[in-house]
Design a protein around this ligand. Structure first.
Ligand SMILES: [Zn+2]
Length: 249
């Protein structure tokens, strides 16, 4: 008998031996968990069309007697989000969101807010399809907030000023905030110049409710800068590459 049941989003699926699959999911009440789906590869009956990337499932699971993995006993499909697997751009975007959750979270470290954010972003991509980069930026900024890694964009970390004419502001992943060209004239290679427009846009995202995202306009230049910043921040803090960034146009 299953010990637990929980809504869960499929983050990663891998074949395991001849007949099983190893599935990593982000659950509402247990955070990230890794499960073994016995016989999922050979007999498709039990998990037919269910263990697909990005799907929202209601899963029934229990500790496995033979390994540290949880055993997936049953999965009911709540939302399959087929659009995310049928369009290359949406697939890459959804993959990136799932990869971020995969790398930024620890197993069994639950966070209902992050679960809701991920679900909101996948639903948004699936329904509207548009504003892919905007959804990615919004998701990433909010995820950093939830996990306690909010970059300080209120002003230069040393002089606290922002928007001084002819002064360049750079984001330093090392210091998790902005430094200006007056305080640090010899910028290091790891810091990235940001326009005031991009800084202000990112600050608005930090303070904005999810439902109001539509109101924000991201220019192509601000989108490029914001994406580059988030990518750099990931590489610095995770100390590994988030592969989906490389496929994002
Ligand atoms: Zn300064």
């Amino acid at each position: 008998m299953s010990l637990q049941q929980n809504p869960a989003i499929v983050l990663q699926v891998k074949d395991h031996g001849d007949s099983d699959k190893i599935v990593t999911m982000y659950t509402r009440e247990h955070g990230k968990i890794v499960l073994i789906a016995k016989g999922a590869k050979r007999s498709k009956k039990r998990f037919v069309n269910k263990l697909e990337l990005f799907s929202l499932l209601l899963i029934h699971f229990s500790p496995s007697r033979h390994s540290s993995l949880m055993r997936l006993d049953q999965a009911d499909l709540l939302a399959p989000f087929p659009a995310l697997r049928g369009n290359y751009e949406l697939y890459i975007a959804a993959s990136l969101l799932c990869e971020l959750v995969l790398h930024w979270t620890r197993e069994h470290d639950s966070d209902e807010e992050l679960f809701r954010l991920l679900l909101w972003a996948l639903e948004g991509l699936s329904v509207t399809g548009g504003g892919v980069n905007r959804t990615i930026i919004f998701f990433h900024v909010k995820m950093l907030d939830i996990l306690g890694y909010r970059p300080d964009l209120t002003g230069c970390l040393d002089c606290h000023a922002l928007g001084v004419p002819r002064v360049v502001y750079r984001f330093s992943p090392l210091r998790n905030g902005l430094v200006c060209s007056r305080c640090e004239p010899n910028a290091t290679g790891s810091s990235q110049p940001l326009s005031i427009q991009t800084i202000q846009l990112l600050r608005r995202v930090q303070d904005m409710e999810q439902g109001k995202l539509e109101r924000l306009h991201f220019s192509p230049a601000a989108t490029r800068e914001a994406i580059a910043l988030l990518k750099r921040y990931d590489a610095h803090l995770l100390q590994r590459e988030v592969q989906s960034w490389n496929f994002l146009d």
